[in-house]
Design a protein around this ligand. Structure first.
Ligand code: SDX
Length: 447
């Protein structure tokens, strides 16, 4: 029962709206009764001020640059846990003990292969097919091979959900690696039961019948860190998509396939590929970061400084700080440098001194440095958003699961304010077109 209310007065009417306060002190005004009591709706482009749910999974504080999963700071999770342990924490709400971790790992191993018929799908994509298109299509196709979840029933046995979750986490990694092999025309490398999640992925990506990839612990650690940093981020565009599509009671695979499509966008997860393309363009132009800065500030074009800015973080994205450190570590371990890293650091320094970015509180986000690490590992830029999806998958699953268990959850169907033509009727002279044969347009109203 709400103890606090907000009052809204519209014309000659005042309505009382219950106030919801979260465990971190966040304040939400529950407007569920607004239209019933006042006849009005709210209008909030981009949902910048609108919450879609109450959630216990991830807490962000954009002003302080705080990110926690189930109460644990991202810095501790990235330093101390593996990606699979963080995936378990997100999906099940607690850090797995030894038995739970072994059960989770064996489920992941058991489900790491894809049906041989699905493997054949790859042969019919053009070689330049973007792997995000393949990923989304293959994920929704999983529901045809594993129909037990297709009838998204509220009474679905818990073990069905766990099986589908581990199946998806494991198979997405295999599909991702196969889409890379397809793009380079190499034979697929199958998952191995003696390798953990990230080592398995690297092996499937870079081993071949004539080359055994050297699995280096430092690179495996860096990949674990990157996937942990992408694992969940409250109600971002792709997660909101998974919840919205899931609210129609589709199965988990269909909801996640929709999230993959949303993540592909250059304003969202696709930005990590755009960052590298932006840095390569600066490099080709002689390395002058000023040009990019001025282009990003101009309203005469669509260009933005990719990897900069964030809807929630109005200070440095805590993930970007960790990734920047991991960048330096990976380049040192590999005893290599990347000229694009130098350009990125120069670009960051110039932007953070420019009033346009400072006034708008635009800082590097999770995508700004991640591509440098992926490049150093040997992952092509077309695969960067695929890696983002691999990391984000446990978050999508956890959010989809939380929504289906939420007694207050309903099918998501926003309202609108109509601004089109008011009532009008067809002119008597208008004669509709023939629905069968093509004839001259005589008798129709001229354009
Ligand atoms: C992710 O939501 C999440 O949590 C996402 C994510 C996750 O983990 O799921 O963190 C992952 O998607 C990170 C963001 C990746 N996208 C990019 O790096 C693309 C570049 N960034 C921008 O497009 C933008 O900053 C967004 C999309 C990230 C946020 O956009 P908002 O919140 O809608 O902000 P806005 O467009 O209203 O910008 C406010 C002002 C505008 O200028 P004015 O109208 O005030 O003059 O800032 C400007 C914008 O033009 N601006 C930028 C800019 N970002 C914002 N100008 C130049 N370059 C930029 N990058």
């Amino acid at each position: 029962m709400a103890r606090e209310f907000a009052e809204l007065t519209l014309r000659d009417q005042t309505v009382q709206l219950p106030v919801v306060v979260g465990t971190e002190g966040e304040v939400g005004i529950d407007i569920s009764s607004l239209r019933r009591d006042s006849g009005a709706i709210t209008l909030d482009y981009g949902f910048m001020n609108t919450g879609s749910c109450a959630s216990s999974i991830t807490f962000l504080d954009g002003e302080q640059g705080i990110l926690r999963h189930r109460g644990y700071p991202i810095e501790e999770l990235a330093e101390k846990l593996t990606f699979i342990e963080v995936a378990y924490l997100l999906v099940n709400g607690s850090i797995p003990n030894a038995d739970e971790f072994e059960e989770w790992s064996s489920l992941l191993n058991r489900h790491s292969m894809i049906h041989e018929d699905m493997r054949r799908f790859f042969y019919y994509y053009p070689e330049h097919a973007h792997p995000m298109a393949i990923l989304s299509a293959m994920v929704v196709s999983l529901s045809t091979f594993y129909p037990e979840l297709s009838q998204h029933r509220p009474d679905e046995p818990e073990e069905h959900i766990d099986k589908a979750a581990t199946r998806l986490i494991s198979k997405l990694r295999t599909i991702a690696a196969f889409s890379y092999k397809k793009s380079v025309g190499q034979p697929f490398v199958y998952p191995r039961h003696d390798l953990r999640y990230c080592a398995n992925f690297l092996n499937m990506m870079f081993s071949s019948p004539i080359h055994d990839y050297e699995i280096r612990p430092e690179i495996v650690k860096a990949l674990n860190t990157l996937l942990i940093l992408h694992a969940d981020h409250e109600q971002n565009c792709s997660t909101a998509t998974v919840r919205l599509v899931g609210s129609a009671r589709v199965n988990l695979y269909a909801a996640v396939a929709s999230g993959i499509c949303a993540l592909w966008g250059p304003l969202h997860g696709g930005a990590n590929q755009m960052v590298i393309e932006m840095l390569e363009e600066i490099q080709r132009g002689g390395g002058n970061v000023r040009t990019a800065i001025e282009r990003a500030k101009s309203k005469q074009n669509e260009f933005r400084l990719y990897g900069f800015g964030h809807r929630v973080y109005k200070s440095y994205d805590p993930r970007a700080k960790i990734i920047k450190r991991a960048c330096d570590d990976v380049l040192k371990v590999l005893n290599t440098t990347d000229p694009l890293l130098d350009i990125a650091m120069e670009l960051e320094a110039a932007a953070l001194q420019d009033p346009y970015f400072v006034d708008r509180q635009l800082y590097p986000n999770v995508d700004f440095y991640s591509g440098i690490i992926y490049r150093a590992i040997g992952i092509p830029k077309e695969m960067f958003t695929v890696l983002f999806a691999l990391g984000r998958l446990p978050g999508w699953i956890a959010q989809w699961k939380e929504a289906r268990e939420d007694p207050k959850a309903k099918i998501q169907r926003p309202r609108q304010v109509y601004v089109g033509p008011t009532l009008r009727h067809l002119d008597a002279s208008v004669k509709g077109g023939d629905v069968v044969s093509v004839e001259d347009s005589g008798g129709r109203v001229p354009n």
